[in-house]
Design a protein around this ligand. Structure first.
Ligand SMILES: [Zn+2]
Length: 242
């Protein structure tokens, strides 16, 4: 797998070492769960090749990925083992990550029964399924925007934000500011009122206070009237105390 090899070859400095340790842990979990339901017991690529995405994607609540163990998922994708008739329900990150490789990956087919191995096409197909299953129009609008931008630019952060927004239906203030910056750098005009920014968490609110006055003003464009009042109240309080 490209992803695994990338991380196995990518160690320099403490931060990368920690990422490496985390990924090893993640890969170990995937291997354990995969081998438990596959015929192949040694080679992760061979084991993945035994599996096929059935095309079934369902909305769930607080589901766990049966491949990597990631919790709190809003979507489940069904994969079936072609040799053992086992099935697993996995998350969006895993279906995207493990299908988008040459032939040594989960087999992924389009609506016409043609196998797809192109990463961009797989992510586009999966994202479209996820958008279509959302009921809230505003959430759909944000997801469509993120997905379209990702398809055009292949900027991986946009796909990561897509996955987070589809599962949690909010952005943190810092994510919103990153996106705002991305919009202005690329001359993209958006309706700021479609976004849901999470300010209810104390940690996220504190993040806002570390930003410049200009950033806070830009963030306010995306907030509701109530959120702006809360933000102003806390900013004034902070000024009084300091
Ligand atoms: Zn997973």
């Amino acid at each position: 797998m490209k992803y695994i090899k990338l991380f196995e070859n990518y160690i320099s400095g403490l931060e990368n070492y920690l990422v490496y340790k985390y990924k090893l842990h993640w890969v170990a979990k995937v291997k354990r769960n995969l081998f438990a339901s596959s015929v192949e017991q040694k080679d992760i690529e061979k084991a993945l090749e035994e599996w096929r995405y059935t095309g079934d994607c369902v909305v769930t609540k607080d589901a766990v990925c049966e491949l990597c163990g990631q919790p709190y998922l809003h979507y489940h994708f069904q994969i079936k083992n072609l040799l053992k008739s086992n099935e697993l329900w996995i998350g969006s990150e895993c279906i995207k990550r493990f299908s988008a490789e040459d032939t040594k990956s989960i087999q992924f087919f389009d609506n016409y029964g043609n196998r797809i191995t192109d990463e961009r096409l797989i992510i586009k197909t999966v994202n479209k399924q996820m958008v279509d299953l959302k009921k809230d129009k505003k959430v759909q609008e944000v997801l469509e925007l993120l997905s379209d931008l990702y398809n055009k630019t292949m900027e991986s952060a946009l796909n990561e934000l897509f996955d987070q927004y589809s599962n949690k239906e909010y952005l943190t203030p810092l994510q919103m500011l990153w996106l705002d910056n991305y919009f202005s750098e690329n001359n993209i005009e958006v309706n700021p009122h479609i976004f849901n920014v999470n300010l209810s968490n104390r940690f996220y609110l504190d993040q806002v206070f570390t930003r410049s006055a200009d950033s806070i003003m830009r963030l306010e464009n995306y907030l509701t009237r109530d959120q702006k009042e809360i933000l102003d109240y806390n900013l004034n309080r902070k000024r009084r105390l300091s």
